[in-house]
Design a protein around this ligand. Sequence first.
Ligand code: HEM
Length: 274
Amino acid sequence: MKYRVNPFLSWALSSAFLLAVISGILLAYPFHEKAPFVSTVGIDTVVPYGWFLRRLHYFSSWATLILLLWHAGEALWARAEERRRPLPWLALSLSLPLIFLAAFTGYVIRWDETGKLAGFIAESLSLKLPVIGPYLNALLFTVREGGIHRPYLFHFWASLVLLGLYGIWHFRARRWPAEPFLLVFAVCGALALFLPVGLHAPGPHLLVKGPWFFVGVQEALRHAPPFLAGILLPSLGPTFYFLVRVPSLRRLSLFGLILWSAGYGMLTLWGLLR
Ligand code: HEM
């Protein structure tokens, strides 16, 4: 029997992403680029229901990342259109690094100790890339010189590009089923009501960990040179994923992807438990 992508989960993914974009746009009003940390603290403590909005943005972005990973995994098994048609496959492969970069820059722009550290490491790593390094840094980071200006810009326009990518395939339906949206809203809303989202205040910290999906890179950086740990390692996963579509490379890429996922998962776990 052919395995098909679960439509409910695809709609749940679209709903989580829309919720992240809507809550992000609302957050952008009280957020000030010139005073990012202070305004994030203000959102949490002074702005009416700001704490809820910030948590909603945080948990809907988590839901988006997890559901997209799930969706990408399902599309690998599905023998259907997803893998035969090149454009949807390219869009799906591109949206993986793009959504993680969008979330990553989200952490950077709150400009607490975690965000700053993640921004500084990412800037140093991107500058290690031959030829395109300085351009990539200018596009995404330049945090030492310009603070959060570039990551904030990227955070915004990457979300718009993703909205376009999803929109082409997912938002054309005449009828939007209410159930996935209600479920995603209820789960993210409940998490936002009860679970606080941390902020790492400035101070002498012995160990600052980056966002959960970056912890694997952070851990690898302790054992391997920056180019291997910070650039090659994170780019291998999406590259293997994309190459699965090439018939002659399918088996090899699948094997590489499984190995990479297990290795990166273990590094992440190791880093989180440390
Ligand atoms: C137009 C779309 C978006 C806008 C205008 C926006 C705006 C913002 C703003 C102003 C912040 C800083 C305030 C804060 O830290 O709470 C932020 C943080 C963040 N954003 Fe977005 N965002 C958008 C889309 C997204 C998307 C699509 C994702 C990921 C799927 C995402 C993930 C994050 C994360 C993880 C944070 C850090 C949350 C925290 O810990 O406080 N954002 N965003």
